[in-house]
Design a protein around this ligand. Structure first.
Ligand SMILES: *Cc1c(COP(=O)(O)O)cnc(C)c1O
Length: 460
């Protein structure tokens, strides 16, 4: 009988692999990070951010410290929830592909809500609790962020109110159930609770909702309650900072496998937090010249191609245009994102630091259509035994492609990718894949002519 390879090899998960500090890439970027701006070109005052977010988080958002200490309580809770997450070597996938490459993946899907999002949710809930905030308000599309924040709220005795895009609220009840199990209040958006919601409902009582509207509702809700604050699950510097725990652990786990720095670091990008979380602690060594040959690949859906086809320019964070402008790769805040299953990748923009790195040519961006992504996810399920979230399957697809390129060139490259979540609550997409019913979407053209033209007025 042929020797059967175990599904995978796992690095140690000793608690001391969890870092004591997060890594902030901002001071190491090749150019200064462009600040958020108001439409008139002014830098928004700190107080504006502090009315919306916990002060400590605003401090991190604008920090230029390279390392920021993780509060002991946050680190303990993350360990209690399952950190460090496993780093696996995908030996069966390597063998299946016949590649000389060694493929490693960090699996964030072992965390209780099934993805990396709880890494920042816990930190954000902690700082809000310390500052005496009583309730957190946020938006969620498919529900991954909402469930992570609901869990974190339950752990730190904070009330959580989630404005959930109505179409998901109705079509995807399981994520809502998860949030309600954690004690959160889930409100289908547009709702009658806010002016923003009421205005939309007046025009169209059957409106399916959108992330943009839900963000507007959550912010309005926070502005009308003194002890409420807003939480965001991606895009902002402090969120990416909290996610670097992923890459810091992975670097030490790779060492255990006897590897040095990887040749390729791959991840999927919605707003950029899971990819930055894995990649930035390695990017540090590319930027410092310790290993400048390292290649970074950010993967997005063809249906929402902000990195590959968007512009690098100032745009609003939300559809309604209520937030300050961020300099980022964007397909425009009015872009109607097609209904692909990778709900977490349906965002029009990208984190400013990641956008800068792509624009500087330090990160390569690739885009795939959803059928090829689900095919990669299905292959991975069969060979490695883990069903990837549709978002994460984008990273799987790119890792497979790079491993096949290595087979052609005969190079024994080391590939590291982030498996940001499991897909066990996304089986509807896999069902459509199996039945050959998936639709692929690709915009013919992207209209950015309506975007405001702003430039910095005066110093920050
Ligand atoms: C939300 C989500 C993403 C996309 O968000 P990023 O901020 O780009 O990481 C990717 N994977 C999973 C599993 C998610 O839940």
């Amino acid at each position: 009988m042929a020797r059967i390879l175990g599904p995978r090899r796992r690095a140690s998960q000793a608690e001391d692999l969890v870092p004591q500090s997060w890594y902030n890439i901002v001071p190491d970027l090749p150019k200064p990070l462009p600040p958020p701006l108001l439409p008139d070109g002014r830098v928004p005052p700190r107080e504006l951010f502090e009315r919306i977010f916990a002060k400590a988080l605003v401090g991190q958002e604008f920090s230029s410290e390279r390392f920021i200490r993780i509060p002991e309580e946050v680190r303990d809770v993350l360990i209690g929830l399952g950190r460090p997450t496993p780093l696996f070597r995908a030996r069966r996938l390597e063998e299946f592909l016949g590649t000389p490459a060694r493929i490693y993946y960090k699996f964030e899907g072992v965390l209780p809500t099934g993805s990396h999002k709880v890494n920042t949710a816990v930190a954000q809930a902690y700082y809000n609790m310390v500052e005496g905030v009583e309730r957190l308000s946020t938006e969620t599309g498919a529900g991954q962020w909402g469930s992570a924040l609901s869990l974190a709220g339950a752990l730190f005795n904070l009330k959580v109110r989630v404005f959930m895009v109505r179409s998901s609220y109705e079509q995807k009840p399981y994520r809502r159930v998860l949030m309600e199990l954690y004690g959160a209040e889930v409100i289908p958006s547009p709702s009658k609770l806010t002016n923003a919601g009421r205005a939309v409902l007046e025009r169209d009582p059957e409106h399916p909702g959108s992330l943009g509207i839900a963000i507007s509702e959550a912010i309005e809700d926070v502005l009308s309650h003194d002890k409420a604050r807003y939480s965001l699950g991606s895009v902002l510097n402090h969120v990416l900072l909290h996610q670097t725990i992923i890459g810091l652990e992975a670097a030490r786990q790779l060492e255990e496998f006897g590897e040095e720095l990887p040749d390729y670091v791959i991840g999927c990008v919605g707003g950029g937090s899971n990819y930055a979380g894995l990649a930035y602690p390695f990017m540090r060594f590319k930027l410092s010249g310790k290993k400048s040959s390292m290649k970074f690949i950010a993967v997005e859906p063809r249906a929402c191609p902000s990195l590959t086809r968007g512009a690098y320019t100032y745009d609003y964070g939300d559809t309604a245009g209520l937030t300050p402008l961020l300099k980022m790769h964007t397909v425009g805040h009015k872009y109607r994102v097609p209904p692909i299953h990778a709900g977490g990748l349906r965002y029009h923009g990208d984190a400013p630091s990641l956008s800068l790195l792509v624009n500087e040519g330090l990160v390569e961006a690739r885009a795939y259509s959803q059928t090829e992504v689900f095919a990669a996810g299905a292959l991975f399920s069969k060979v490695e035994g883990i069903v990837p979230a549709p978002e994460s399957a984008h990273a799987v697809k790119a890792a497979i492609d790079v491993a096949l390129e290595a087979r052609e060139s005969g190079e024994a490259s080391v590939i590291l990718f982030n498996l940001s979540g499991h897909g066990l609550l996304d089986l509807q997409g896999y069902l459509e894949y199996l039945e050959g019913r998936l639709r692929d979407y690709e915009p013919e053209s992207i209209d950015l002519s309506y975007l405001p033209r702003v430039s910095l007025r005066g110093g920050p």
